[in-house]
Design a protein around this ligand. Structure first.
Ligand SMILES: [Zn+2]
Length: 325
């Protein structure tokens, strides 16, 4: 179960491609079944990593599209796997996957727009994740990203959505999950990304937030998500993408971060772990690869910091450069 002890100072692309391909062939393992509710997310993480590594064809396109379609509900939303409940997060993953495959017309887009816009609270502008009503800035990002990718931001109250996000801004320049909740790198990515999508970055306190973000880099080169926490490869994405949107990517030490992410690779079975020595998973694999892409690691396609999709996908949608600091 443990990862290999040898390390590599280059990205082991062939090994990571094989690792992602192998994930669907583990149906006889317990791990496969306990993560069933995450399956659609896993496809998005795996496919994005593959595309950035120039191997999008490593997963069969027809199979991917058919699987995504099988997760759509009559109300337009998507679930994490067939026969699970629909949720906003999985609805965004479905749209992202279909855009990578250039196959958005395979599903009922109007129904998706209806599903997402129905989740906005008309009074506060916040978004619920599903019919049960939990509110979180992650859902604000998911809704704005999803509708922007579908070019249907007109379906919601954008000024209200922005108003809610700004209520979640803290004195340190960061953002939390709800008003009053502490700043957290994942939530900062969501809020800064959401504001970028609707051309409202002027509302961000760029220098103050930039400092908070670059202070996330620890001596070993890795980044943490909050003060006093351990470094973690997935934060190389949440922190870097926010810094990139704010035009401050050069505020962190790129070489040290390269070293940290590459040292978290499994040099025997492929995949990237949260930190060196831990077990690899597809979540940390995509965010490790995306972080390296954002820093210009050679041989990778460029990633878009706002949509967390390969840049060429965003350009194909005609959405490039719609956000500027
Ligand atoms: Zn992590």
């Amino acid at each position: 179960m443990s990862s290999s002890t040898t390390t590599s100072n280059v990205l082991l692309i062939d090994l990571h491609v094989k690792y992602i391909q192998s994930l669907d062939k583990k149906r006889d393992t317990l791990e496969y079944w306990i993560t069933e509710h995450l399956r659609l997310a896993g496809v998005y993480w795996g496919l994005t990593a593959l595309d950035l590594m120039n191997h999008v064809d490593a997963l069969d396109r027809d199979d991917v599209i058919a699987y995504v379609k099988s997760c759509q509900w009559p109300n337009g939303g998507f679930s994490g796997h067939v026969n699970h409940d629909p949720h906003l997060l999985y609805t965004l993953y479905a749209v992202q996957i279909l855009l990578i495959e250039d196959a958005i017309d395979a599903v009922d887009v109007d129904k998706i727009v209806e599903y997402v816009s129905d989740l906005q609270d008309k009074e506060t502008g916040a978004f619920k994740g599903d019919e049960w009503g939990e509110i979180d800035t992650r859902f604000s990002y998911s809704a704005l990203s999803c509708l922007s990718l579908l070019k249907r931001l007109d379906a919601i109250d954008v000024p209200k959505a922005v108003e809610f996000i700004m209520k979640c801004k803290n004195f340190d320049g960061g953002f939390g999950s709800t008003p009053g909740a502490e700043s957290h790198a994942g939530q900062i990515f969501c809020c800064v990304g959401a504001l970028a999508i609707v051309n409202s970055l002027h509302l961000v306190d760029g220098d103050l937030l930039g400092w908070w973000l670059c202070e996330r880099q620890l001596k070993n080169g890795g980044l943490n998500g909050r003060p006093q926490k351990l470094e973690d490869v997935c934060y190389s994405w949440w922190v870097l993408s926010a810094l990139s949107i704010l035009g401050k990517l050069h505020w962190i030490n790129k070489e040290k971060l390269f070293e940290f992410v590459l040292s978290a690779q499994d040099t025997e079975s492929g995949g990237i772990a949260d930190r060196p020595g831990d077990m690899a998973d597809v979540f940390h694999t995509v965010f490790g690869v995306a972080g390296l892409s954002l820093l210009g690691y050679p041989g990778l396609k460029l990633v878009d910091p706002v949509y967390c999709l390969p840049k060429h996908v965003i350009q194909r949608r005609g959405l490039a450069e719609r956000y500027k600091v």
